[in-house]
Design a protein around this ligand. Structure first.
Ligand SMILES: Nc1ncnc2c1ncn2[C@@H]1O[C@H](COP(=O)(O)OP(=O)(O)OP(=O)(O)O)[C@@H](O)[C@H]1O
Ligand SMILES: [Mg+2]
Length: 380
Protein backbone atom coordinates (compact mmCIF):
# COMPACT_ATOMS: atom_id res chain seq x y z
CA UNK A 1 0.00 0.00 0.00
CA UNK A 2 1.45 3.33 -0.94
CA UNK A 3 1.17 5.83 1.85
CA UNK A 4 0.89 9.40 0.74
CA UNK A 5 0.28 10.45 4.31
CA UNK A 6 3.74 9.13 5.20
CA UNK A 7 5.48 11.47 2.82
CA UNK A 8 5.76 15.16 3.49
CA UNK A 9 3.28 14.96 0.63
CA UNK A 10 1.00 17.74 1.73
CA UNK A 11 2.89 19.88 -0.77
CA UNK A 12 0.91 18.73 -3.77
CA UNK A 13 1.80 20.29 -7.08
CA UNK A 14 -1.41 19.37 -8.77
CA UNK A 15 -4.65 21.09 -7.88
CA UNK A 16 -7.11 18.72 -6.19
CA UNK A 17 -10.72 18.63 -7.26
CA UNK A 18 -13.59 18.04 -4.90
CA UNK A 19 -14.38 14.57 -6.31
CA UNK A 20 -17.76 13.03 -7.07
CA UNK A 21 -20.99 14.83 -6.14
CA UNK A 22 -22.37 14.36 -2.63
CA UNK A 23 -25.34 11.99 -2.54
CA UNK A 24 -27.31 9.80 -0.18
CA UNK A 25 -26.72 6.07 -0.49
CA UNK A 26 -28.97 3.59 1.29
CA UNK A 27 -28.02 0.02 2.12
CA UNK A 28 -31.46 -1.56 2.10
CA UNK A 29 -30.91 -5.28 1.74
CA UNK A 30 -29.03 -5.89 4.94
CA UNK A 31 -29.75 -8.99 7.01
CA UNK A 32 -31.86 -8.44 10.13
CA UNK A 33 -29.88 -7.81 13.28
CA UNK A 34 -32.95 -7.92 15.53
CA UNK A 35 -33.80 -11.45 14.40
CA UNK A 36 -30.39 -12.67 15.56
CA UNK A 37 -30.55 -10.72 18.81
CA UNK A 38 -34.02 -12.10 19.57
CA UNK A 39 -32.57 -15.63 19.67
CA UNK A 40 -30.55 -14.75 22.76
CA UNK A 41 -31.72 -14.69 26.37
CA UNK A 42 -29.94 -14.81 29.73
CA UNK A 43 -30.30 -18.61 29.51
CA UNK A 44 -28.56 -18.99 26.12
CA UNK A 45 -25.39 -21.08 26.28
CA UNK A 46 -22.28 -18.82 26.19
CA UNK A 47 -20.79 -20.63 23.20
CA UNK A 48 -23.65 -19.38 20.99
CA UNK A 49 -22.55 -15.81 21.64
CA UNK A 50 -18.96 -16.87 20.98
CA UNK A 51 -20.03 -18.37 17.64
CA UNK A 52 -21.59 -15.08 16.61
CA UNK A 53 -18.58 -13.06 17.79
CA UNK A 54 -16.27 -15.48 15.93
CA UNK A 55 -18.20 -14.92 12.68
CA UNK A 56 -18.15 -11.15 13.01
CA UNK A 57 -14.55 -10.55 14.06
CA UNK A 58 -12.69 -11.24 10.78
CA UNK A 59 -14.99 -8.76 9.00
CA UNK A 60 -14.27 -5.93 11.39
CA UNK A 61 -10.50 -5.64 11.20
CA UNK A 62 -10.68 -2.46 9.18
CA UNK A 63 -12.80 -0.77 11.84
CA UNK A 64 -10.94 1.75 14.01
CA UNK A 65 -12.52 3.44 17.04
CA UNK A 66 -11.48 6.86 18.29
CA UNK A 67 -12.36 7.18 21.94
CA UNK A 68 -11.36 8.18 25.45
CA UNK A 69 -13.48 8.04 28.61
CA UNK A 70 -13.78 11.81 28.79
CA UNK A 71 -15.27 14.59 26.63
CA UNK A 72 -13.39 17.23 24.70
CA UNK A 73 -10.09 15.39 24.21
CA UNK A 74 -10.20 15.67 20.42
CA UNK A 75 -12.02 12.49 19.39
CA UNK A 76 -13.96 14.13 16.57
CA UNK A 77 -11.00 16.16 15.31
CA UNK A 78 -8.89 12.99 15.31
CA UNK A 79 -11.59 10.79 13.76
CA UNK A 80 -12.32 13.28 10.98
CA UNK A 81 -8.66 13.94 10.15
CA UNK A 82 -7.76 10.25 10.18
CA UNK A 83 -10.72 9.49 7.92
CA UNK A 84 -9.85 12.35 5.57
CA UNK A 85 -6.16 11.43 5.29
CA UNK A 86 -7.01 7.78 4.65
CA UNK A 87 -9.60 8.81 2.06
CA UNK A 88 -7.01 11.04 0.36
CA UNK A 89 -4.76 8.03 -0.01
CA UNK A 90 -7.56 6.11 -1.70
CA UNK A 91 -8.27 9.07 -4.00
CA UNK A 92 -4.57 9.14 -4.88
CA UNK A 93 -4.51 5.39 -5.58
CA UNK A 94 -7.56 5.72 -7.84
CA UNK A 95 -5.91 8.60 -9.69
CA UNK A 96 -2.87 6.37 -10.29
CA UNK A 97 -5.15 3.71 -11.79
CA UNK A 98 -5.01 1.39 -8.76
CA UNK A 99 -7.91 -0.25 -6.96
CA UNK A 100 -9.39 2.01 -4.30
CA UNK A 101 -12.26 1.96 -1.84
CA UNK A 102 -13.86 4.80 0.09
CA UNK A 103 -13.49 5.38 3.83
CA UNK A 104 -16.50 5.68 6.17
CA UNK A 105 -16.66 8.07 9.14
CA UNK A 106 -19.29 7.36 11.79
CA UNK A 107 -20.06 9.28 15.00
CA UNK A 108 -22.04 7.80 17.88
CA UNK A 109 -22.08 10.97 20.02
CA UNK A 110 -25.22 13.09 20.03
CA UNK A 111 -23.39 16.42 19.59
CA UNK A 112 -22.79 15.32 16.00
CA UNK A 113 -19.80 17.65 15.63
CA UNK A 114 -18.51 15.52 12.77
CA UNK A 115 -21.24 17.19 10.71
CA UNK A 116 -19.59 20.55 11.29
CA UNK A 117 -16.11 19.23 10.56
CA UNK A 118 -17.28 17.70 7.28
CA UNK A 119 -19.66 20.51 6.29
CA UNK A 120 -22.89 18.53 6.47
CA UNK A 121 -24.56 20.31 9.41
CA UNK A 122 -27.92 21.73 8.40
CA UNK A 123 -27.66 20.41 4.83
CA UNK A 124 -30.39 18.37 3.12
CA UNK A 125 -28.54 15.23 4.33
CA UNK A 126 -28.60 16.22 8.00
CA UNK A 127 -31.45 14.30 9.69
CA UNK A 128 -30.00 14.82 13.19
CA UNK A 129 -29.10 11.14 13.53
CA UNK A 130 -32.63 9.69 13.24
CA UNK A 131 -31.85 7.48 10.27
CA UNK A 132 -28.65 6.18 11.81
CA UNK A 133 -30.28 5.29 15.14
CA UNK A 134 -33.12 3.55 13.28
CA UNK A 135 -30.57 1.49 11.35
CA UNK A 136 -28.68 0.46 14.48
CA UNK A 137 -31.62 -0.30 16.77
CA UNK A 138 -34.61 -1.05 14.51
CA UNK A 139 -33.13 -2.82 11.48
CA UNK A 140 -33.97 0.16 9.24
CA UNK A 141 -31.85 0.54 6.06
CA UNK A 142 -28.54 2.28 6.68
CA UNK A 143 -28.10 5.61 4.89
CA UNK A 144 -24.66 7.08 4.32
CA UNK A 145 -23.81 10.43 2.80
CA UNK A 146 -21.48 9.53 -0.04
CA UNK A 147 -18.55 11.72 -1.10
CA UNK A 148 -18.69 14.30 1.67
CA UNK A 149 -15.04 14.66 0.63
CA UNK A 150 -13.26 12.68 -2.13
CA UNK A 151 -13.47 8.97 -1.22
CA UNK A 152 -15.04 9.79 2.14
CA UNK A 153 -18.57 8.80 3.21
CA UNK A 154 -20.23 9.46 6.55
CA UNK A 155 -23.24 8.46 8.58
CA UNK A 156 -25.05 11.38 10.16
CA UNK A 157 -25.01 11.62 13.94
CA UNK A 158 -27.03 14.16 15.91
CA UNK A 159 -29.45 14.65 18.78
CA UNK A 160 -31.26 11.38 17.96
CA UNK A 161 -28.09 9.52 18.92
CA UNK A 162 -29.01 10.26 22.53
CA UNK A 163 -31.70 7.54 22.08
CA UNK A 164 -29.11 4.86 21.31
CA UNK A 165 -28.35 4.29 24.99
CA UNK A 166 -31.96 3.67 26.10
CA UNK A 167 -32.74 1.43 23.11
CA UNK A 168 -29.66 -0.73 23.50
CA UNK A 169 -30.15 -1.06 27.28
CA UNK A 170 -33.79 -2.00 26.76
CA UNK A 171 -32.79 -4.77 24.35
CA UNK A 172 -29.96 -5.88 26.65
CA UNK A 173 -32.42 -6.35 29.51
CA UNK A 174 -34.12 -9.07 27.42
CA UNK A 175 -31.33 -10.46 25.28
CA UNK A 176 -28.23 -10.39 27.48
CA UNK A 177 -25.03 -9.31 25.70
CA UNK A 178 -26.22 -9.87 22.11
CA UNK A 179 -27.65 -6.34 21.57
CA UNK A 180 -24.20 -4.86 22.11
CA UNK A 181 -23.31 -6.59 18.84
CA UNK A 182 -25.91 -4.70 16.79
CA UNK A 183 -23.47 -2.14 15.41
CA UNK A 184 -20.87 -4.88 14.84
CA UNK A 185 -23.45 -6.87 12.84
CA UNK A 186 -24.37 -3.80 10.81
CA UNK A 187 -20.76 -2.92 10.00
CA UNK A 188 -19.80 -6.53 9.25
CA UNK A 189 -22.26 -6.38 6.33
CA UNK A 190 -20.73 -3.31 4.71
CA UNK A 191 -17.10 -3.38 5.84
CA UNK A 192 -15.91 -5.03 2.60
CA UNK A 193 -17.09 -1.93 0.71
CA UNK A 194 -14.79 0.34 2.71
CA UNK A 195 -11.02 0.48 3.04
CA UNK A 196 -11.41 1.79 6.59
CA UNK A 197 -14.31 2.58 8.90
CA UNK A 198 -13.60 5.15 11.61
CA UNK A 199 -16.00 5.20 14.57
CA UNK A 200 -15.93 8.27 16.85
CA UNK A 201 -17.55 7.79 20.26
CA UNK A 202 -17.22 8.89 23.85
CA UNK A 203 -17.77 6.27 26.50
CA UNK A 204 -20.42 8.30 28.34
CA UNK A 205 -23.10 5.65 28.59
CA UNK A 206 -22.16 2.05 29.28
CA UNK A 207 -24.38 0.52 26.60
CA UNK A 208 -23.11 2.92 23.91
CA UNK A 209 -19.56 2.16 25.06
CA UNK A 210 -20.16 -1.53 24.58
CA UNK A 211 -21.92 -1.00 21.25
CA UNK A 212 -18.88 0.90 19.95
CA UNK A 213 -16.25 -1.30 21.57
CA UNK A 214 -17.85 -4.48 20.19
CA UNK A 215 -17.78 -3.11 16.65
CA UNK A 216 -14.19 -1.87 16.38
CA UNK A 217 -10.95 -3.85 16.40
CA UNK A 218 -8.45 -1.07 17.10
CA UNK A 219 -8.64 1.93 19.35
CA UNK A 220 -6.94 5.26 18.89
CA UNK A 221 -7.05 7.39 22.01
CA UNK A 222 -6.55 11.14 21.63
CA UNK A 223 -5.17 13.18 24.51
CA UNK A 224 -5.45 16.98 24.59
CA UNK A 225 -5.38 17.80 28.30
CA UNK A 226 -2.76 16.90 30.86
CA UNK A 227 -4.95 16.78 33.97
CA UNK A 228 -6.11 13.89 36.14
CA UNK A 229 -9.53 13.87 34.47
CA UNK A 230 -7.82 12.89 31.19
CA UNK A 231 -5.76 10.22 32.99
CA UNK A 232 -9.02 8.92 34.47
CA UNK A 233 -10.53 8.82 30.98
CA UNK A 234 -7.57 6.80 29.73
CA UNK A 235 -7.86 4.43 32.67
CA UNK A 236 -11.56 3.97 31.83
CA UNK A 237 -10.61 2.84 28.32
CA UNK A 238 -7.99 0.40 29.60
CA UNK A 239 -10.58 -1.11 31.98
CA UNK A 240 -13.26 -1.29 29.29
CA UNK A 241 -11.04 -3.20 26.89
CA UNK A 242 -10.79 -5.93 29.53
CA UNK A 243 -14.49 -5.61 30.34
CA UNK A 244 -15.72 -6.39 26.79
CA UNK A 245 -13.49 -9.44 26.19
CA UNK A 246 -16.52 -11.71 25.70
CA UNK A 247 -18.09 -9.61 22.98
CA UNK A 248 -14.77 -8.52 21.47
CA UNK A 249 -11.69 -10.62 22.16
CA UNK A 250 -9.72 -8.77 19.45
CA UNK A 251 -10.12 -5.26 20.84
CA UNK A 252 -6.93 -3.44 21.74
CA UNK A 253 -5.50 0.07 21.95
CA UNK A 254 -3.40 0.62 18.83
CA UNK A 255 -2.15 4.11 19.68
CA UNK A 256 -2.38 6.94 22.16
CA UNK A 257 -1.81 10.26 20.38
CA UNK A 258 -1.52 13.86 21.49
CA UNK A 259 -3.00 17.00 20.04
CA UNK A 260 -2.85 20.63 20.97
CA UNK A 261 0.64 20.53 22.56
CA UNK A 262 3.33 23.03 21.63
CA UNK A 263 6.07 22.19 19.18
CA UNK A 264 9.32 24.11 19.50
CA UNK A 265 11.68 23.56 16.55
CA UNK A 266 9.58 20.53 15.66
CA UNK A 267 9.98 18.96 19.12
CA UNK A 268 7.68 18.40 22.10
CA UNK A 269 8.17 20.57 25.18
CA UNK A 270 8.70 19.39 28.78
CA UNK A 271 4.92 19.50 29.41
CA UNK A 272 4.30 16.71 26.92
CA UNK A 273 7.43 14.75 27.90
CA UNK A 274 6.22 14.65 31.51
CA UNK A 275 2.72 13.67 30.44
CA UNK A 276 4.10 10.82 28.32
CA UNK A 277 5.94 9.43 31.33
CA UNK A 278 2.75 9.62 33.44
CA UNK A 279 0.81 7.76 30.77
CA UNK A 280 3.51 5.14 30.37
CA UNK A 281 3.34 4.47 34.13
CA UNK A 282 -0.44 4.22 33.96
CA UNK A 283 -0.13 1.73 31.10
CA UNK A 284 2.42 -0.30 33.03
CA UNK A 285 0.00 -0.54 35.98
CA UNK A 286 -2.71 -1.73 33.58
CA UNK A 287 -0.20 -4.26 32.16
CA UNK A 288 -0.30 -2.52 28.79
CA UNK A 289 2.64 -1.72 26.54
CA UNK A 290 4.20 1.73 27.00
CA UNK A 291 4.96 1.64 23.27
CA UNK A 292 1.31 2.53 22.60
CA UNK A 293 2.23 6.14 23.29
CA UNK A 294 2.90 7.84 19.95
CA UNK A 295 6.16 9.73 19.56
CA UNK A 296 5.05 12.52 17.25
CA UNK A 297 2.12 14.79 18.09
CA UNK A 298 -0.29 17.34 16.61
CA UNK A 299 0.87 20.85 17.38
CA UNK A 300 -1.08 23.38 19.41
CA UNK A 301 -3.05 25.41 16.93
CA UNK A 302 -6.35 26.42 18.38
CA UNK A 303 -7.13 29.11 15.81
CA UNK A 304 -6.44 26.74 12.90
CA UNK A 305 -8.47 23.97 14.56
CA UNK A 306 -11.35 26.42 14.87
CA UNK A 307 -10.90 27.52 11.24
CA UNK A 308 -11.03 23.85 10.18
CA UNK A 309 -14.28 23.30 12.07
CA UNK A 310 -15.91 26.54 11.00
CA UNK A 311 -14.98 26.01 7.34
CA UNK A 312 -15.98 22.32 7.44
CA UNK A 313 -12.50 21.32 6.29
CA UNK A 314 -10.13 18.74 7.79
CA UNK A 315 -6.58 20.08 8.25
CA UNK A 316 -5.22 18.85 4.94
CA UNK A 317 -8.16 20.23 2.99
CA UNK A 318 -7.76 23.58 4.75
CA UNK A 319 -4.08 23.54 3.77
CA UNK A 320 -4.95 22.80 0.13
CA UNK A 321 -7.48 25.64 0.07
CA UNK A 322 -5.11 28.04 1.84
CA UNK A 323 -2.51 27.26 -0.85
CA UNK A 324 -5.09 27.76 -3.62
CA UNK A 325 -4.81 24.11 -4.60
CA UNK A 326 -8.43 23.09 -4.04
CA UNK A 327 -11.03 23.20 -6.79
CA UNK A 328 -14.80 23.04 -6.52
CA UNK A 329 -17.02 20.74 -8.62
CA UNK A 330 -16.91 23.25 -11.51
CA UNK A 331 -13.11 23.24 -11.52
CA UNK A 332 -12.96 26.72 -9.99
CA UNK A 333 -10.45 27.42 -7.22
CA UNK A 334 -12.04 27.35 -3.77
CA UNK A 335 -11.72 30.72 -2.00
CA UNK A 336 -8.88 30.91 0.52
CA UNK A 337 -10.29 30.06 3.96
CA UNK A 338 -10.39 32.63 6.77
CA UNK A 339 -10.21 32.63 10.55
CA UNK A 340 -13.27 33.70 12.56
CA UNK A 341 -11.90 37.24 12.71
CA UNK A 342 -11.82 37.47 8.93
CA UNK A 343 -8.04 37.14 8.50
CA UNK A 344 -6.87 34.76 5.78
CA UNK A 345 -5.44 31.44 6.98
CA UNK A 346 -1.65 31.49 6.45
CA UNK A 347 -0.70 28.86 3.82
CA UNK A 348 2.49 27.75 5.62
CA UNK A 349 0.84 27.40 9.06
CA UNK A 350 -2.00 25.37 7.55
CA UNK A 351 0.57 23.11 5.86
CA UNK A 352 2.41 22.51 9.13
CA UNK A 353 -0.76 21.32 10.84
CA UNK A 354 -1.66 19.16 7.84
CA UNK A 355 1.81 17.59 7.94
CA UNK A 356 1.30 16.73 11.61
CA UNK A 357 -1.92 14.90 10.71
CA UNK A 358 -0.13 13.20 7.84
CA UNK A 359 2.59 11.80 10.12
CA UNK A 360 0.01 10.94 12.78
CA UNK A 361 -2.14 8.96 10.32
CA UNK A 362 0.87 7.11 8.93
CA UNK A 363 1.92 6.04 12.42
CA UNK A 364 -1.60 5.00 13.46
CA UNK A 365 -2.13 2.90 10.36
CA UNK A 366 1.27 1.25 10.71
CA UNK A 367 0.26 0.15 14.20
CA UNK A 368 -3.19 -0.97 13.07
CA UNK A 369 -1.72 -3.03 10.22
CA UNK A 370 0.77 -4.65 12.64
CA UNK A 371 -2.09 -5.55 15.01
CA UNK A 372 -4.06 -6.99 12.09
CA UNK A 373 -1.09 -9.12 11.04
CA UNK A 374 -0.88 -10.47 14.59
CA UNK A 375 -4.62 -11.16 14.72
CA UNK A 376 -4.58 -12.88 11.33
CA UNK A 377 -1.51 -14.88 12.36
CA UNK A 378 -3.24 -15.98 15.57
CA UNK A 379 -6.37 -17.02 13.66
CA UNK A 380 -4.45 -19.06 11.05
N1 LIG B 1 -4.30 21.16 17.15
C1 LIG B 1 -5.14 21.69 18.04
N2 LIG B 1 -4.70 22.64 18.90
C2 LIG B 1 -5.54 23.18 19.81
N3 LIG B 1 -6.83 22.86 19.93
C3 LIG B 1 -7.32 21.91 19.10
C4 LIG B 1 -6.50 21.29 18.12
N4 LIG B 1 -7.26 20.40 17.44
C5 LIG B 1 -8.49 20.48 17.98
N5 LIG B 1 -8.55 21.38 18.96
C6 LIG B 1 -9.73 21.78 19.75
O1 LIG B 1 -10.08 20.77 20.67
C7 LIG B 1 -11.45 20.90 21.01
C8 LIG B 1 -12.07 19.54 21.23
O2 LIG B 1 -12.07 18.86 20.02
P1 LIG B 1 -13.17 17.76 19.58
O3 LIG B 1 -14.49 18.35 19.37
O4 LIG B 1 -12.53 17.04 18.47
O5 LIG B 1 -13.21 16.82 20.88
P2 LIG B 1 -14.19 15.63 21.24
O6 LIG B 1 -13.41 14.70 22.12
O7 LIG B 1 -14.79 15.06 20.02
O8 LIG B 1 -15.30 16.39 22.08
P3 LIG B 1 -16.74 15.84 22.54
O9 LIG B 1 -16.49 14.93 23.69
O10 LIG B 1 -17.45 17.12 22.91
O11 LIG B 1 -17.37 15.15 21.38
C9 LIG B 1 -12.07 21.72 19.91
O12 LIG B 1 -12.43 22.96 20.44
C10 LIG B 1 -10.98 21.89 18.88
O13 LIG B 1 -11.00 23.16 18.25
MG1 LIG C 1 -16.79 14.79 19.47
Amino acid sequence: MSQIYMEPGVHPHEPCDSGEPVELKTFDSLASRLRIVSQFTAMTAPDRLQDLVGQLRPRLRNVVGVTIGKGGEGKTTTGVNLAYMLAQEQAYLAEQGHAAKPVLYMELDSNGNGRLDLKILGSQYDDDGYGFVGAVTEDKPLAVVKNVKPYLDMTVGGSANANLAAEVSRLASKHAQAPYLMLAMLLAQISHLYEWIIVDFSPGDVSVQRLGLAAVTHLVTPVKNSDDAMLGGLQTIANLVADVRLINPELGIAAIGFLGFKKVAGEATAELDILRVKIELLLEEAELDGGLVMRDHIRDSRSLATACRNNGMPARELALAANELLQDEDGQPVARPRYTNGRLVEPDKALELAEDWSTFTGDVIKRVVERNNELEGAAA
